[in-house]
Design a protein around this ligand. Structure first.
Ligand SMILES: Nc1nc2c(ncn2[C@@H]2O[C@H](COP(=O)(O)OP(=O)(O)O)[C@@H](O)[C@H]2O)c(=O)[nH]1
Ligand SMILES: [Mg+2]
Length: 238
């Protein structure tokens, strides 16, 4: 049984999986992969099944009946991971925006007991490490992170980051029935709750590159959810 699991949520990512899956499975450290697919109409699940023949036991697929958002996909993945006793569990996008080599650094932080949660951060030391995003998206993401820090006090620079490692006990401490955000607000809430529960969060620098293949699923609903969600989260008792 391996210790490390990377959860990759997918919706129409058939072009990216044949590249990213072998890449992650051939890293110097052993990471298994769980793809959580929401019945993508482009046949992403079929691509996973084909790759499973090449990487038996290391590549897993959780198929869900319909598109329910990133948050729900991750929660299903976390429950799957905890039921199988993985020690270190990672979130990563399918589209190479998160450099997969940095999984090794995220893992090291957890293995060395430097923190309970490790975050691949775009916004450290006053820098904005984003490639190929238009100015609007950079400003949106940067000011979203600032907004969250001001409202919640969360001591994390990149609060919406989706490249994250968790020790198993962090995920075990969550009541997933109480988390109902689906987009960026989900990523913010995971960090906020971990911090509130006294877990230590450490950020490491990464360069985020916009996707080359496939389409972004970001939409204005996700942004509205984040703006109101952060206020709601701050007022809610945890
Ligand atoms: N299972 C699942 N995955 C999703 C959903 N929405 C987005 N994703 C995946 O989540 C990751 C991040 O989404 P992406 O569209 O790249 O968002 P962006 O990077 O903010 O533009 C990608 O791997 C997507 O395929 C969803 O509703 N369900
Ligand atoms: Mg993306």
């Amino acid at each position: 049984m391996h210790k490390n699991l990377v959860i990759i949520p997918t919706y129409n990512e058939k072009e990216n999986l044949p590249d990213i899956i072998p890449y992650v499975l051939q890293l110097k450290k052993t990471f298994d992969i769980l793809v959580v697919d929401d019945s993508s109409p482009d046949g992403t699940a079929t691509v996973v099944k084909r790759l499973q023949q090449q990487f038996p036991n290391r590549l897993h697929l959780l198929s869900r009946p319909q598109k329910q958002g990133l948050g729900k996909a991750y929660i299903a993945g976390f429950k799957w991971a905890l039921a199988r006793s993985y020690e270190y569990i990672f979130e990563m996008d399918a589209d190479f925006s998160h450099p997969p080599d940095k999984l090794i650094d995220l893992l090291k932080v957890l293995e060395d007991n430097d923190a309970d949660v490790s975050v691949g951060s775009r916004y450290l030391k006053g820098k904005i490490n984003v490639v190929n995003w238009d100015l609007k998206r950079i400003l949106l993401s940067y000011f979203a992170s600032l907004y969250v820090r001001i409202i919640t006090g969360l001591p994390v620079k990149d609060t919406t980051a989706g490249f994250v490692g968790y020790k198993k006990d962090v995920l075990q401490a969550f009541d997933f029935n109480k988390i109902d955000f689906v987009g960026y607000a989900f990523q913010i809430e995971m960090k906020y709750l971990a911090w509130k529960k006294g877990f230590k969060i450490k950020e490491i620098p990464i360069v985020f590159t916009d996707r080359v293949k496939g389409k972004s699923k970001m939409n204005s609903g996700i942004i509205t959810e984040a703006v109101w969600g952060v206020l709601k989260m701050r007022l809610k008792k945890t």
